[in-house]
Design a protein around this ligand. Structure first.
Ligand code: ADP
Ligand code: ZN
Ligand code: ZN
Length: 726
């Protein structure tokens, strides 16, 4: 009899032992097991002939779901590493790594693939009879050559054309067993490949020289320098060797436009993993990647878990983007996991950015990563000039200074587009009584409500609670309620009145909600349907706006004084990325930044010397202050209905670490956001100059911490390499 140790979706840092009467069971196979009164689906993680428990009392495995493991040995190893490094329950790690459909017990075998094919009648039909329906004609023509995947037919010819041909009985559905042979290699073509410039050529040849071994490259190239072109040319070689490429992009960067660029260059299907897929579609991409039917797989953070039969290259685009770090549950960093994975798979990894994270830059400067630089913009586009605009004692109209409105006007008159960035969505960040100064607050979070005029609501941006905009002050019953500060909605309204002859578009998470909405908006901008673009962070993420010549950043002063030591880095990245949206084509651009502190050293350094100068200086500062990447951190967060409980819990943890050599303890202190959804929030920061010391100390104490009485009473979490201190 075998003892099977199963990873179960249970928040405990352990495996669970079961008996199995069969001969052997492979690691990575899913099983169904009894757990108390329930049945759970888990994954076999270890096998043994012994157990620490009384074997006669162990329950038996009820069913085995897979013939072969759902994870390959490297993914199994990575899951174990994640559990150990992030001190996270292995069962939950395994869940995170699995597509939802597999968590729910769906078969891991590939289903037959559905195609459209010509019917007898379709084979006999003359194309000219469809000359008035060009899409139907094109589909029919394609089907005369070969059967077409249903998903491909839909995306290329549209559902309407298919429906029409089905109704005319010209095409019919067939399903084919999945072949063992990879399907993409015979389709591979290379279209419209530009000649690489000198810097690109060097970067490409450095990567190509190491295609069959581990190596990590930082592709550090200014915005528009042709980083994507470097990826494409490196990918070409990998595909030609019959190997696969996995590309990670930030959450907001994954638009059909991005995917189209990869598809178009090579003429092959691209597997796309994004949040809009349903569970089965996601599983299908996973399976087709696992069997090497897809050559290119592109996705956001969790795509890093996609299995590949023939891995050849990993790419993390915009590697500095904060969406790569998961902020709840398993708080992993997909970039760091990509490094581990490339190492285990023995393949190269390219990290690309115009504004590398300080961690990454440090690794490049120390020689751990190979540093590839692109200093010039590809094509002839010039980089935008950058300026600060002093708004001290200046009247502002809907957040914009008069001088800036005039500059906007100049650019608009030259048929250019203008982009305005503001970090706040909604109409205004607060509603105040003009008589007594009372401000409407969310009582769950102790933060002012944001005014949303279009929804006629006050909304808390921290917990989502909302209520109608009141007509009178709660405190003095005055009717004079005024909105304070400016958000995207107010800016849009103000500009529409000030520039009635130009059309404006607002892009924030309110207006871009819904399927394909963002992509439609981006298309309408590129078609010049709008001249004034207003938006939040979304605008900074990698989109190309060739006709924008003026970028105006309205209000970043808050970030200059943030208590978070990463705020400066993030601000510098944001400003540089925003400036990079301008003047991408032939038109030169400029970026203006409104501020009350025009002499601020960060702004001056950034504007005069550029991001990489700023970043090297910031790294030096981090070194003097002994902050990451020159030290290593772990953050315990606790939240409870009573501030006392949260504090006491963290205080007990602090005591456990008080005598550990080389690990210092800061706190407990209130989180930057002290209260949220009615819970008080505290944190305790551990820091060490050696990663291994910190790791070891936490590993030694974690059981103890879990068994503290308060641990079961309050909500708490542990964040290794924390990014977010709010
Ligand atoms: P990045 O990824 O660094 O923002 P892209 O790869 O998107 O830059 O390149 C910016 C623009 O320059 C794109 O329109 C791209 O097609 C073009 N481009 C890139 N490399 C070349 C090249 N070697 N020759 C001509 N055009 C190029
Ligand atoms: Zn009042
Ligand atoms: Zn709230």
């Amino acid at each position: 009899m075998l003892i099977i140790r199963v990873a179960l979706p249970i928040p405990k840092r352990q495996l669970f032992d079961y008996r199995y009467d069969g001969k052997a069971l492979a690691i990575g196979v899913r099983v169904s097991v009894p757990f108390g009164p329930r049945k759970l689906l888990g994954v076999v993680w270890e096998t043994s002939d012994q157990s620490a428990w009384d074997i006669s009392k162990l329950k038996s495995i009820e069913a085995v779901l897979d013939d072969s493991p759902i994870f390959d040995p490297i993914l199994i190893k990575l899951c174990s590493w994640l559990a150990q490094y992030y001190k996270h329950p292995i069962g939950d790690v395994v869940q995170t790594a699995m597509p939802v459909a597999l968590r729910k017990g769906e078969s891991s075998q590939e289903k037959p693939i559905e195609f459209w094919t010509l019917s007898h009648q379709g084979q006999a039909t003359d194309l000219s009879s469809l000359s008035r329906a060009p899409k139907q004609r094109a589909l029919l023509e394609a089907l005369q050559k070969q059967d077409c995947l249903k998903s491909k037919a839909k995306s290329e010819f549209g559902a309407a054309a298919i429906k029409a041909l089905v109704e005319k009985a010209l095409v019919e559905s067939i399903s084919k067993q999945v072949s063992q042979e990879p399907t993409w290699q015979q389709d591979l073509v290379v279209q419209d490949k530009p000649k690489a410039n000198v810097e690109q050529a060097i970067a490409i040849s450095c990567i190509e020289a190491k295609l069959d071994q581990y190596g990590c490259f930082l592709l550090d190239g200014i915005t528009g320098s042709g980083k994507t072109e470097v990826y494409l040319q490196a990918i070409e070689q990998v595909l030609k060797q019959g190997k696969q490429v996995l590309i990670l992009v930030p959450e907001i960067g994954l638009t059909p436009q991005t995917v189209h660029r990869f598809k178009y260059r090579f003429g092959i299907e691209v597997g796309v993993l994004h949040s809009g897929l349903n569970n089965n579609e996601r599983l299908q991409v996973w399976q087709q990647s696992a069997s090497a039917k897809l050559g290119i797989i592109i996705g956001t953070r969790s795509a890093i878990f996609t299995p590949m039969l023939k891995p050849g290259l990993l790419i993390v685009d915009e590697e500095h983007d904060s969406s790569y770090k998961q902020q709840d549950g398993l708080r992993y960093h997909a970039r760091d996991l990509a490094v581990m994975r490339a190492h285990e798979e023995n393949i190269p990894l390219v990290l690309g950015s115009a504004t590398p994270a300080l961690e990454t830059l440090n690794n490049a400067l120390s020689g751990k990563y190979q540093h590839l630089k692109l200093h010039q913009r590809a094509g002839n586009a010039a980089l935008a000039t950058q300026h600060v605009f002093d708004i001290r004692q200046q009247p502002l109209k809907f957040g914009v200074a008069q001088g800036m409105l005039e500059r906007m006007s100049q650019h608009l008159q030259q048929d250019s587009q203008v982009m305005l960035f503001i970090n706040r969505r909604g109409y205004a960040p607060a509603l105040m009584c003009h008589q007594c100064g009372f401000v409407e607050h969310c009582k769950h979070c102790d933060k002012p409500y944001t005014v949303h005029k279009q929804l006629y609501k006050l909304q808390c941006h921290h917990c989502g609670s909302a209520k109608p905009i009141p007509k009178t002050c709660q405190q003095c019953h005055s009717h004079e309620l005024v909105s304070m500060g400016v958000g995207t909605e107010q800016l849009e309204q103000g500009l529409a009145e000030y520039f009635p002859q130009y059309s404006s578009i607002r892009i924030d998470s309110d207006s871009a909600r819904g399927k394909n909405k963002l992509d439609k908006m981006l298309n309408s901008i590129n078609n010049n349907e709008h001249q004034i673009l207003i938006g939040t962070q979304i605008l900074s993420k990698g989109h190309h706006f060739p006709n924008v010549t003026l970028v105006l950043i309205l209000d970043v002063d808050g970030a200059l004084f943030s208590a978070d030591y990463r705020a400066a880095e993030h601000l510098a990245q944001l400003i540089t990325q925003l400036a990079g949206r301008a003047g991408r084509a032939e038109k030169p651009g400029e970026m203006w930044l409104q501020t009350h502190d025009p002499g601020h050293p960060l702004l001056q350094d950034l504007i005069n010397n550029g991001y990489s100068h700023f970043a090297q200086y910031a790294l030096m500062e981090r070194q003097h202050a002994n902050l990451p990447p020159h030290s290593f951190q772990a953050l315990f967060k606790a939240q409870a209905l009573s501030a006392r409980d949260a504090f006491d819990f963290l205080q007990q943890i602090a005591q456990l670490f008080s005598h550990v050599d080389g690990v210092s303890c800061l706190g407990p202190i209130p989180a930057l956001m002290e209260k949220r959804q009615g819970h008080f929030r505290m944190q305790l920061l551990l820091q060490s100059s050696q990663r291994s010391r910190l790791q070891k100390a936490i590993a030694q104490q974690i059981q103890q911490i879990e068994s503290l009485q308060l641990a079961n009473k309050i909500r708490w979490s542990l964040d290794i390499d924390p990014q977010d201190f709010t």
